[in-house]
Design a protein around this ligand. Sequence first.
Ligand code: PMP
Length: 394
Amino acid sequence: MFDTLKPQPADKILSLMQAYRADPRDTKVDLGVGVYKDASGNTPVMRAVKEAERRLVADQTTKAYVGLAGDPAFADAMIDLLLADTLPRDRIAAIATPGGTGAIRQALEMVKLAAPGATIWISDPSWPNHASIVKFLGLPMRSYRYFDADTRGVDIDGMIADLGTVAPGDVVLLHGCCHNPTGANPTADQWTRIVATLQQVQAVPLVDVAYQGFGDGLDQDAQATRAIAAAFPNLMIAASCSKNFGIYRERTGILLGITRDKDETALTQANLNFLNRQNYSFPPDHGARVVTTILTDPALRAEWEAELEDTRNTMLTLRQALADDLRRLSNDDRFDFIAHHRGMFSLLGTSADKVEVLRADHGIYMVSDSRMNIAGLNARTVPILAQAIIDAGI
Ligand code: PMP
């Protein structure tokens, strides 16, 4: 049977990590995989997570199965974090999922169940797994313009023009904040235009929220998602706790289905539960319980928010330092976009050839589309990167 298999393309980011490890240069810089790193290059367990885990180990009396949708307290806590009081609770169906990836996968499986002919619209560029899962599920897919290669900001006119051609019932995948890979995000006014356009064409939004708290703050990063949630009868929100709780390997995420009313919520919930049942029965529990413990305990929550805020500010400081160094070295403001971008990533906006020059000549590792993980930098490596960008003639 296995002899009929076709080779799968190597994961670019994982092969980049291997090449980085094998590089003997002590000035090498890893801007590849999307994991937060502190100044010493570690990805620490957050203090509040450690404490929540300590409590769980001490107090948990059973490991028996939880319901198909996961712990209802996790859903309530996540709905509050994502949407605050935007919507009545009885308009929201929810399932816990294995990470944000699991939430995206289940969202697309929902489309397959509910509207198999719907086209999935994805930003160009987007997180590669979006297109890959859509393709794997055999759903029709199209892309909409998103990135302005000159300004390295959002190509809002191109985006609005493309979204204007979406057919009623098509699903439009949006990054709620901290766009991956570009780092470019619509302003509040631009979001208003995007929402109005999507309403006009009667699209169904699917909002991917993987970096809440990494951009402008927990509430600020949820503003677009809340505006979208308030504006459509039906939408889905796929959220990840991997980054903002630093629990990557615990596989913690949630999928919300927003409905018209409580009857539709019951129907949607039953279908979401069904999908969990088909794919893995019960979703992972440990990470979800850690998140719930943190979000529902005021002291732990304050501790988590403070550490998340430190993380966010570290990335903003690195952005500003890199933009400043580049401004000084180039005597030009063309790299200021790095300070304006938000989240973990910035798309440098250069060719794969230049990315290869950065790797070969300077030991700087980034994905070939020129996505840089800003959190992979520190005070020592910012000047190295800035000089390398200039030397490579970018
Ligand atoms: N969406 C986006 C845009 C992402 O960048 C990521 C993480 N790389 C995810 C979803 C899902 O992350 P995870 O499955 O690790 O929670």
